[in-house]
Design a binder for this molecule. Structure first.
Ligand SMILES: [Zn+2]
Length: 488
């Protein structure tokens, strides 16, 4: 009796634990509540910063582990470069300096000691390339492939959005140097394909690959390539970029090598990166009104086992649940044997936290030597005989992974609409979709379209069928289409 009362009280006080808005009602608040209530991240004492909680960091670790293997197989080595960059380094590459200066945070301590101002890295090209200029001597030192996993700070003024817009975030930045432009550009494009694989196969987020316009490319780059995803609230999210840097930075930093003919030549470079923004994309793409949904491949705890406890059968049921836990150890199962909470309450809590599969086991199941297997994304329930559990778990995890991708892919495909007039473009953007249209690729038209519709250019998608048309804004001839959309 006392136990029952305790249960009622606990559940009542925990009712606030569920989501109080739907994805359809208020997307932004829905997102914030999932991040908070699934315990992924928290606001920090300093405005614009975030604390990544263990549940969120586990997702980052899974991404890191996966991608680290990919880059190491390509001959990339990890290293670590300093957080602080002398101001003079920034000024060496003009476009780069102009592009980043507005959002650089400066360290003011010990000004007299350090003589010049020190920047907290907003990106590490300059500090890394200064080191490269000392390390690279001959063609034998090339290619040089180095990546670092680190934090960066960009002092943005817009409102904070955990994982999506914070002043500090975690990322990887790879910086490779080659002897020829062909190798450097080919490598940048291959890295883009690696990003696509990571996004689609691990995170189950479909992406579009393309090249950025002159206006949108990375400051100091010759070409910027991007993987773009599309979120359910009608905004595009950049999931990673790779840049062909030509010799711009090599000339600015003196990265020279002795070629096979015995002449000095500047190196050819690329760089590539993605950040903890991917976690924001993951949450928005798959989650629902019960809470977090994440693809099984990225989930650390893939199963939660909930034993249904009654006084007379408790021991038997718990024993079986623990046997299952052992048998399924490779999926890092959680066993929820808390006695003061009802099964229904526990189901809700683990759904909120996004555990991909739930196993329910009670006395009636035991009589039939079976359990109930429940999928997080569809809610589908399936009785499974105990000897078959492991096989069925594997099957369900695979099915869930591919069905999340298919669902997101269908959404992406239906969200790209072709337009040939500005009126059409405006209407499609207002309808929360992206527009594919002919475009003259001038900064002037890009600015005008942005001012008139709030949609920017996302990328010029690869693999377009050859077509000729007229720029949607100025009517000048155009040979390829570009993707417009609002963005994060
Ligand atoms: Zn135009």
């Amino acid at each position: 009796m006392q136990g029952q009362r305790k249960q009622a009280i606990n559940e009542k006080s925990s009712q606030t634990a569920g989501l109080t808005v739907t994805k359809e009602q208020d997307f932004s608040e829905w997102y914030n509540q999932i991040v908070e209530k699934a315990e992924l991240a928290d606001y920090a004492p300093v405005h614009g910063f975030m604390t990544i909680r263990p549940n969120g960091y586990a997702i980052w670790e899974a991404i890191q582990k996966n991608f680290d293997e990919v880059i190491k197989a390509r001959g990339v080595k990890n290293a670590y470069f300093p957080l602080l960059i002398p101001e003079s380094f920034f000024k060496k590459e003009q476009e780069h300096a102009e592009g980043f200066t507005p959002e650089v945070a400066w360290v003011e301590k010990d000004r007299q000691e350090t003589v010049e101002r020190l920047a907290i890295r907003p990106t590490s090209e300059t500090i890394m390339y200064d080191a490269y200029s000392k390390w690279i001597r001959s063609w034998r030192d090339l290619p040089l492939r180095i990546n670092q996993w680190c934090n960066i700070v960009r002092w943005e003024i817009k409102m904070t959005k955990l994982f999506l817009r914070t002043r500090e975030f975690l990322w990887q930045e790879g910086h490779n140097v080659f002897a020829t432009p062909e190798e450097a550009e080919k490598d940048a494009l291959e890295m883009l394909q690696e990003y696509k694989k990571l996004d689609e196969e691990l995170l189950a987020i479909p992406v579009i690959l393309g090249v950025k316009t002159e206006k949108e490319k990375f400051p100091g780059a010759v070409n910027t390539y991007a993987v773009e995803a599309f979120m359910p609230d009608g905004k595009a999210l950049q999931m990673g970029t790779t840049h062909f840097l030509g010799q711009n930075f090599a000339k600015a930093f003196g990265i020279k090598f002795l070629n096979k003919k015995g002449e000095f030549e500047f190196g050819w470079q690329n760089s590539w990166g993605f950040s903890t923004r991917l976690i924001g994309g993951l949450i928005m793409t798959h989650s629902d009104n019960k809470g977090l949904v994440i693809p099984p491949k990225i989930a650390f705890n893939k199963i939660v086992i909930v034993p249904i406890l009654f006084t007379d059968s408790k021991e038997k049921v718990l024993k079986k649940a623990r046997e299952l836990e052992k048998a399924l150890l490779e999926f890092n199962p959680i066993i929820d044997d808390r006695e003061n909470l009802s099964p229904g309450f526990k189901y809700g809590e683990w759904e909120l936290k996004g555990i991909p599969l739930r196993i329910e086991i009670g006395p009636k199941d035991l009589e039939k030597e079976s359990i109930m297997l429940v999928r997080r994304d569809t809610g589908e329930k399936k009785p499974v005989k105990i000897p078959e559990v492991k096989k069925e778990v594997l099957k369900s995890l695979e099915e869930m992974q591919s069905s999340l991708f298919k669902k997101a892919k269908a959404f992406l495909d239906s969200s790209i609409v072709e337009a040939s007039t500005m009126a059409e473009l405006k209407k499609i953007i207002e309808g929360k979709k992206m527009v594919l249209a002919h475009f003259c690729e001038t900064g002037e038209c890009e600015d005008n379209i942005k001012a008139e519709t709030t949609a920017g250019t996302r990328c010029i998608p690869f693999n377009q069928k050859p077509s000729s048309g007229k720029c949607i804004r100025c009517g000048k001839p155009s040979k390829r289409k570009i993707l417009f959309g609002k963005s994060y």
